[in-house]
Design a protein around this ligand. Structure first.
Ligand SMILES: [Ca+2]
Ligand SMILES: [Ca+2]
Length: 548
């Protein structure tokens, strides 16, 4: 008990080291709530100042001292007590990998029968694969802002891609995941796409590749665009590029990450490694297109009448007269699926190279690997393309974690979880100070036992007051005008049959939504571009309270 120095008599001067205070307050929430609060908060003045000092002195009587030392002794006797929580020594390293726009078309997730992802499959096989993981928002910027800050879009008001997330009053001073790691003695460097392209966040990193202002390396383009012949669709295009892999931006980000892993690190590290594909445009080298001959490709199973039982707001999200109509008119469906599959297999090789780089490094045994995608993608299901919807194709994304000493190989977890849960999970795994404002839940119980109980549903929000909750069996959607959808995944994994008229199931799903969604969602926080009206139904003049 060297951190306590007893001096004299009934009044005892105790020197509490910062490490010891962290151990009590942060590794043992019950201490924070109970004895620690009663004993120490009442007796020690200037505790906050103490957190900014290496040591502080305080006065307490003998009885209180004994209570406190009992807590300390209990704490010291428990496993995993990170008395080093305030210091960085012996902390695990973090390899934090992101893939843009990757839906469940990954071999181990079974989303598409043709896809080849040997590297993602082998990484998933080393730890726990979450098979029912969902984004907080089905768009790059709100999903990533939410993941990196641990705050829901319906709390921050960051609903869409054009919303500058640091200008949200809620997120203005948010401490992001890498910032929190840096505050605990980690180095934090990044490369590629971790935040949405328009809103990089230099305070999150000590250095960035290609730069703090431009997170995306250049990619080669085919000479004659659009390759698919669909006019006026910007980067909604696909086709091979005749370049070696080394010319691809993602491959350069992988090479940078491997270099970081080969360095000698005198601090624990947090490496953020973000891949851009399979985001549009689907321009990747020829050999990846050659893996998927269009005439042998399996197209998504689509019900032409699927939108008939979908409310007006859902139809507006689907916009069947938009991308889907163009793809069909230009006979591009097979080629588009080929482009997406090719882009997935390309990014899979980038992931494989980084994993091999970690295996060759000195840090293979004490590095946590977490890999996520920011949302899913439609390729014609519900006559919709891209993300921007509240159905399974858009909300379901990839999440896997390999945690030395915690996960076991081959773990699969079907509990509904969200990207919001990543931040508190990493805090627990690395014994960082808890942050009360985070709105997710630590996944550590599921990493230890993928079949552990898990009551919370996964919430996805697209625009103000449009919510979807996914439980293990059902999906329930409630749009801002009060209209609803309900699907039973046990019988209908393609979400074709809206069961909104089943009152008993609906009641339970509404209760699930209430568990996770606020009924006072703020308006969007500005920014140009996608307007709220984009997802307002005709005649929907007033948004009712969420729960009526
Ligand atoms: Ca994205
Ligand atoms: Ca339907």
């Amino acid at each position: 008990m060297s951190c306590l120095q007893v001096l004299t008599g009934d009044a005892i001067l105790i020197r509490l080291s910062r490490r010891f205070m962290y151990a009590l307050r942060h590794d043992f929430p019950w201490v924070e709530k109970g004895l620690w609060r009663k004993v120490v908060h009442e007796k020690i003045s200037g505790l906050k100042e103490a957190e900014n000092m290496n040591q502080t002195s305080c006065m307490m009587n003998r009885r209180d001292f004994l209570r406190l030392t009992a807590v300390g002794a209990a704490a010291l006797s428990m496993p995993n007590l990170a008395l080093s929580a305030g210091s960085a020594r012996n902390k695990p390293n973090m390899l934090f990998m992101a893939i843009d726009d990757l839906n469940d078309w990954v071999g181990c997730l079974g989303g598409h029968p043709d896809v080849k992802t040997p590297n993602l499959d082998r990484l998933a096989g080393r730890g726990v694969l979450f098979t029912n993981a969902h984004c907080s928002a089905p768009a790059c910027n709100p999903s990533r802002a939410s993941l990196m800050t641990g705050i829901l879009p319906s709390t921050s008001g960051v609903y869409h891609n054009p919303n500058p997330w640091r200008q949200s009053p809620v997120l203005k001073n948010a401490v992001t995941i890498p910032q929190h790691f840096m505050a605990h003695g980690y180095s934090a460097v990044g490369g590629g796409k971790i935040y949405h392209g328009a809103f990089p966040d230099p305070p999150s990193w000590q250095s960035y590749v290609p730069s703090q202002q431009n997170n995306k390396p250049d990619d080669p383009m085919p000479p004659n665009r659009p390759v698919n012949g669909i006019p006026n669709t910007s980067h909604f295009d696909w086709g091979p590029v005749d370049v070696p892999d080394e010319k691809m931006g993602d491959r350069q980000v992988a090479a940078w990450a491997i270099t970081e892993l080969q360095k000698k690190h005198d601090k624990p590290f947090f490496i953020g490694c973000g891949f851009f594909r399979p985001h549009l445009p689907w321009y990747v080298p020829n050999k990846y297109f050659d893996m998927y001959p269009p005439d042998r490709i399996t197209l998504p199973n689509v019900n032409e009448n699927d939108l008939d039982d979908v409310p007006e707001l859902g139809k507006k999200m689907a916009r069947p007269e938009g991308d889907h109509k163009k793809v069909i008119e230009h006979k591009q469906w097979r080629k588009a699926v080929q482009g997406y599959l090719a882009s997935i297999s390309f990014v899979d090789t980038c992931v494989g190279r980084v994993i091999d780089g970690l295996d060759r490094s000195n840090y293979a045994d004490n590095t946590i690997v977490i890999l996520w995608s920011d949302h899913g993608w439609h390729l014609g299901e519900k006559l919709h393309w891209r993300k921007f919807s509240l159905w399974e194709e858009a909300t379901h994304n990839v999440l896997m974690a390999v945690v030395p000493g915690v996960t076991r190989p081959g773990g699969r977890c079907s509990r509904p979880v969200t990207m919001l849960d990543i931040y508190p999970t990493l805090i627990e795994l690395c014994s960082l100070a808890p942050k009360d404002e985070l709105q997710g839940r630590s996944l550590v119980p599921l990493l230890k036992n993928p079949e552990a109980e898990w009551e919370r549903p996964a919430l996805t929000t697209h625009g103000r007051n449009n919510h979807s909750v996914r439980t293990e069996r059902y999906r329930y959607i409630r749009y801002s005008d009060g209209t609803e959808e309900l699907y039973d995944h046990e019988k209908d994994d393609l979400e074709w049959t809206n069961l909104r008229r089943r009152p008993e199931i609906r009641r339970r799903q509404k209760a699930a939504l209430k568990m996770v969604a606020s009924d006072k969602c703020p308006r969007g926080n500005g920014g140009e571009g996608q307007k709220e009206t984009h997802i307002k139904a005709k005649g929907a003049v007033r948004e009712p309270p969420l729960f009526v």
